[in-house]
Design a protein around this ligand. Structure first.
Ligand SMILES: [Fe+2]
Ligand SMILES: [Fe+2]
Length: 200
């Protein structure tokens, strides 16, 4: 992630709390902003995992789980067309669209080392924990003849310990993200496998 610090820590406007966009509108943004289908899939996978976590682990109501889902769906929306300004462009766009500030902040904190925004809320911390691991797990699945079928958590852990495999995935970011939550690497990996394997 070649990116610049956002140089701010306040996002959106509190008067927009509760303002979500329909998932259809977010999906249309994905089509317009992200021609690369592999990147689209990554964002859909993170969205599915975020939504499932909000429902299963946070007992979230509908507005809340939609916020988690939207943060996942849009977090890399500017990556393909504006790689050096990731994620400034999408954040400013969502501010213009008066989206809920918690969603915007969550997107801004998905890479603290790059964007200079510390994850604060549970939503912030979970997107940071899921993002790199989700992509890594997908890379592991892609090299298996049966893809996600029979993919075990322990083989993902083993690959993580192999620095040459998916070398672009920064292991330090994963360790840092996990140090901020009360769940083990194995728990997070198995949750991701279950919830992203059927996303297309
Ligand atoms: Fe990103
Ligand atoms: Fe991502």
């Amino acid at each position: 992630m070649a990116t610049h610090s956002l140089e701010r820590t306040q996002f959106g406007d509190i008067k927009n709390i509760g303002n979500i966009m329909p998932i259809e509108e977010a999906n249309q943004m994905l089509k317009d902003w992200v021609p690369n289908e592999r990147l689209q899939l990554h964002m859909k996978q993170v969205a599915a995992v975020m939504k499932a976590w909000a429902i299963e682990k946070e007992n979230a109501d509908e507005i809340t789980y939609l916020k988690w889902e939207l943060a996942g769906l849009l977090h890399d929306a500017d990556w393909e067309k504006h790689p050096t300004e990731h994620c400034r462009v999408i954040i400013e766009e969502l501010e213009k669209r008066n989206l809920d500030p918690e969603i915007i902040r969550c997107i801004a904190s998905h890479g603290p080392r790059y964007f200079g925004v510390e994850p604060e809320t549970k939503m912030d911390k979970m997107i940071y924990a899921f993002d790199e691991l989700s992509g890594f797990i997908h890379a592991v699945a892609l090299i298996r003849p049966t893809r996600y079928e029979g993919l075990e958590t322990k083989s993902v852990v083993k690959r993580l310990k192999t620095p040459a495999f998916a070398a672009q995935v920064n292991r330090d970011d994963i360790t840092d993200a996990l140090s901020r939550i009360d769940f083990s690497l194995e728990e997070i990996i198995s949750f991701i496998i279950i919830h992203q394997k059927n996303v297309v």
